[in-house]
Design a protein around this ligand. Structure first.
Ligand code: ADP
Length: 399
C-alpha cells in the first residue's frame, strides 16, 4: 500500500511518499515559499538525487498539484498513476479535546477541526487547506488526520488544568494540551521495541529537542504530562520561545513597553529563547560555537537550556514515581552530545548516568548511551513523525 504523508504549514508543504510494504520512503520533499517570490518544490528521490522545480506556487492547492505532478512524472516520479496512492495522511496540529487518536477525515471531522482553529490560528488553517486541496484534486481519496495533541489527551485533570478560574476552561477550553505527540509516541514505542519491554508496563521520559522542544512523561504507554501547554510556548527554553515564564513578566512588559497582545506574542514566541538570551541565533549549533569561543551569553544560554530539561526530567520522575527509560530525539537531542551530557549531569542520584564513550560523537542513530548497569536506560532515537502518520493511515485503512 502506498501512502502520501503531508505536513502543510503556512507557506510550506513537507511531503513523504511511502510504500508501506517494508515501510520504504519512495520520495520526499518540500514545497516552500508558497505565495511568495522564489516558490519551488525540492524533491529528494529514493536514490538520494535531489531536484528543484521552480514555479509560481500561489497557494496550497497549486503546491499539492506540484507534489502529485512530481510523484507521477515520467522522469522523476515513482508511480505511473494517482490511483497508486491509496490514502493521504495529514499532520494536524490541534485536535482540541475532540480527538484523542487519528481519524479518517469526513465532513464531521472537518467541522470539528474548524472549531479548533481558535486554539491554533496559525497552524490548523493550512492543515485544512491541504485536506481541501486533496479532496478537489483526487476526489474520493481516503484522508486521515493525525493530531499533534492527540497523544496527550490521556493527561489527567490535575496535570492539564491551570490554576486559574475553572470557568475559563469551560468558556474557552483553556487548559494544557501539549504538542509533538506523534514524535513522543513514536520514540517511546520504538524504545520499547528496541529494549524488548512492554510499553504497558513502562515509565518513559521523552525529550523532543528541536527548534520547538518538549518533554513528555509516558506511563504504561500513555502520556501523563508534557511540558508544552495551551500553546507551544510553555515549558523548555526553545530556539525563539521563552518557555516557562512568570505571567507577571508579560503584563509588566505590556504595560511598560506599551505592547499590544500581538507584539507581546511575537516577543515571547519569536524573539526569545536561545535567540533572545544570546542575541546571536536560534540555532543550537551557532550557540555551541559561540560558547566555545568564550561568548558569555552563549555559555549562559546553554546552561539555561540543559537546566530546564534537567528540571523537567526530575519532576516527571516524581510524577511517575520512577523512570525506566529516558529518550533524546529532535535535532538537538539526536545530535548534540554535549547537551545530552549536560542535561544528565548530576542526575545520577535518580539513576540517570550517561556513558561518555557511548555518548561522545553519537549523531542521529539509535543507541543506548547510559552506563552499563545504570538504573535508567538513556537512549537516542531519531524521530520519524511521517512514518507514524503513514502507519496510522494504513491502520485506519484496515490493513
Ligand atoms: P524542527 O523543530 O524545526 O524540526 P530540528 O528537530 O531539525 O528542528 O532541530 C533543529 C535544531 O537542532 C537546531 O537548533 C540545530 O542547531 C540543532 N542541531 C542539528 N544538528 C546539530 C548538531 N550536529 N549539533 C548540535 N545541534 C544540532
Amino acid at each position: 500500500m502506498k501512502i502520501l504523508v503531508l505536513n502543510c504549514g503556512s507557506s510550506s508543504i513537507k511531503f513523504q511518499f511511502f510504500d508501506m510494504d517494508g515501510e520504504k520512503v519512495l520520495a520526499k520533499g518540500l514545497v516552500e515559499k508558497i505565495g511568495l517570490n522564489g516558490s519551488c518544490l525540492k524533491l529528494e528521490k529514493k536514490s538520494g538525487e535531489k531536484v528543484v522545480f521552480e514555479g509560481e506556487i500561489l497557494d496550497h492547492k497549486v503546491g499539492i498539484e506540484y507534489v502529485l505532478g512530481v510523484l507521477t512524472s515520467k522522469k522523476h516520479g515513482c508511480i505511473s498513476n494517482l490511483n497508486d496512492i491509496k490514502a493521504v495522511g495529514h499532520r494536524v496540529v490541534h485536535g482540541g479535546e475532540r480527538f484523542n487518536e487519528s481519524v479518517v477525515i469526513d465532513s464531521e471531522v472537518i467541522a470539528q477541526m474548524e472549531k479548533c482553529i481558535d486554539l491554533a490560528p496559525l497552524h490548523n488553517p493550512p492543515n485544512l487547506k491541504g485536506i481541501e486541496a486533496i479532496s478537489e484534486l483526487i476526489p474520493d481519496m481516503t484522508q486521515v488526520a493525525v493530531f499533534d495533541t492527540a497523544f496527550h489527551q490521556t493527561m489527567p485533570k490535575h496535570a492539564y488544568m491551570y490554576g486559574i478560574p475553572s470557568s475559563l476552561y469551560k468558556k474557552y477550553g483553556i487548559r494544557r494540551y501539549g504538542f509533538h505527540g506523534t514524535s513522543h509516541r513514536y520514540v517511546s514505542q520504538r524504545a520499547c521495541d528496541i529494549l524488548g519491554i512492554e510499553c504497558k508496563k513502562s515509565k518513559i521520559i521523552t525529550c523532543h529537542l528541536g527548534n520547538g522542544a518538549s518533554v513528555a512523561a509516558i506511563k504504561n504507554g500513555q502520556s501523563v504530562d508534557t511540558s508544552m501547554g495551551f500553546t507551544p510556548l510553555e515549558g523548555l527554553l526553545m530556539g525563539t520561545r521563552s518557555g516557562d515564564l512568570d505571567v507577571g513578566v508579560v503584563t509588566y512588559l505590556m504595560e511598560k513597553e506599551k505592547l499590544g497582545s500581538e507584539t507581546a506574542s511575537t516577543l515571547f514566541n519569536k524573539h526569545s529563547g536561545l535567540l533572545g538570551v544570546t542575541g546571536i541565533s536560534s540555532d543550537f549549533r551557532d550557540i555551541g560555537e559561540k560558547a566555545a569561543e568564550g561568548n558569555e551569553l552563549a555559555q549562559i544560554a546553554l546552561e539555561m537550556y540543559a537546566y530546564r530539561v534537567k528540571k523537567y526530567i526530575g519532576s516527571y520522575t516524581a510524577a511517575m514515581n520512577g523512570c525506566d527509560v529516558l529518550v533524546f530525539t529532535g535535532g538537538i537531542g539526536e545530535n548534540a552530545d554535549h547537551a545530552r551530557k549536560d542535561i544528565c549531569e548530576d542526575l545520577n542520584w535518580l539513576g540517570f548516568e550517561v556513558d561518555e564513550q557511548k555518548n561522545d560523537g553519537l549523531r542521529a542513530e539509535e543507541a543506548i548511551i547510559s552506563s552499563d548497569g545504570a538504573k535508567v536506560k538513556i537512549m537516542v532515537i531519531p524521530t520519524n513523525e511521517e512514518l507514524m502518520i503513514a502507519r496510522d493511515t494504513q491502520l485506519l485503512m484496515g490493513d
